[in-house]
Design a protein around this ligand. Structure first.
Ligand SMILES: NCc1[nH]cc(CCC(=O)O)c1CC(=O)O
Length: 309
């Protein structure tokens, strides 16, 4: 008996990290369904975020910059699914689209890359650290107010090269991204989530589809990770109550153990001197509520000038 093969068009950005993630989703689909390679076609789509390399993304408009063109392609049915870093996704998606799920989440921690030395303590006062993330900048300033933290954009390889060349003494990057690119040997230390909280969604690969396109979703569902989906529901609801624009240093992490979800969130002032933290627990059937409540309680605690309204 021959069954006609589906042809799924999978859209992705063209960066090495994005391509790795797109191939991971494709491989998972092929494996889950026993399909031959031609069942999933990868389409590379250039996004606005890929074109901007000279400014902080928070200045250029924040989240959405890496997803807009992929989402247009989805809505225009040029692709059937889009693969993104969950971290780069806005908390509100365009009408007609949804996140059907995520691959099993990787290690969520941030990694420290030093030109010399083995830990944060080895950085001398005044050492230059480059990061493009307000969250990393603020948390770093909180731990080490004596460092000189400044903007360092570009892809992972560019940032590593600027540390190698001595332009910067250190940078911070997500372990997940470094691992996907085979660059973990460049890591000097991993930062404990207890004092350095990751971004909402860090380490998770998201799959976005047209809402209600059950033909596509039913094919994707076998590769998504339920525990990651729960954690991301909490984290994204929390972020949605605060700020989706990347202009405030915000961290958040939900961890699912058995029937319980533990959420921890932080908001900081840009200079790291003000620090607000929340820890909440909830059952797994109340993930959304846990995220929304945590976000609202955080908003009530944080001085209004730190958050957009
Ligand atoms: N903002 C870019 C981005 N989006 C996702 C990752 C890493 C991979 C992940 O978190 O899943 C990175 C690079 C970084 O922050 O170091």
């Amino acid at each position: 008996m021959t069954q006609s093969l589906p042809r799924l068009r999978l859209g992705t950005r063209g960066s090495p990290l994005a391509l790795w993630q797109a191939h991971a989703v494709r491989d998972a689909l092929l494996k889950a369904h026993g399909w031959p390679a031609e069942a999933v076609e990868i389409e590379v789509i250039r996004t606005t975020g890929d074109a901007i390399t000279d400014r902080a993304l928070s200045e250029a408009g924040g989240k959405g910059l890496f997803t807009k063109e992929l989402e247009e392609a989805l809505l225009e049915r040029r692709i059937d699914l889009a693969v993104h870093s969950a971290k780069d996704m806005a908390t509100r998606l365009p009408d007609g689209l949804h996140l059907v799920g995520y691959l099993p989440r990787a290690d969520v921690r941030d990694a420290l890359i030093l030109r010399e030395g083995a830990s944060l303590a080895d950085l001398k006062p005044g050492a230059k650290v480059g990061t493009a993330s307000l969250r990393r900048e603020a948390q770093l300033r909180r731990l080490r107010p004596d460092l000189q933290v400044s903007l360092l954009r570009g892809n992972v390889h560019t940032r590593l090269a600027k540390v190698e060349s001595g332009e910067f003494d250190a940078t911070l990057l997500a372990l997940a991204g470094l691992a996907r690119l085979g660059l973990t040997e460049r890591i000097s230390a991993l930062l404990d989530v207890a004092d350095f909280l990751p971004a909402v969604g860090q380490g998770a690969v998201a799959i976005e589809t047209r809402f209600g396109d059950l033909a596509v979703d039913s094919l994707v569902v076998p590769v998504v990770c339920p525990a990651t989906g729960l954690a991301l529901r909490v984290e994204r609801a929390y972020l949605g109550e605060l700020d989706g624009s990347c202009r405030t240093p915000i961290g958040g992490l939900a961890e699912v153990t058995g029937d319980e979800i533990r959420f921890r969130g932080v908001v900081l002032s840009a200079d790291g001197t003000r620090y607000y933290e929340i820890v909440r627990f909830g059952p797994r059937n109340r993930a959304l509520e846990l995220g929304v409540t945590s976000g609202r309680e955080m908003r009530a605690m944080v001085p209004p000038e730190l958050l957009p309204h």
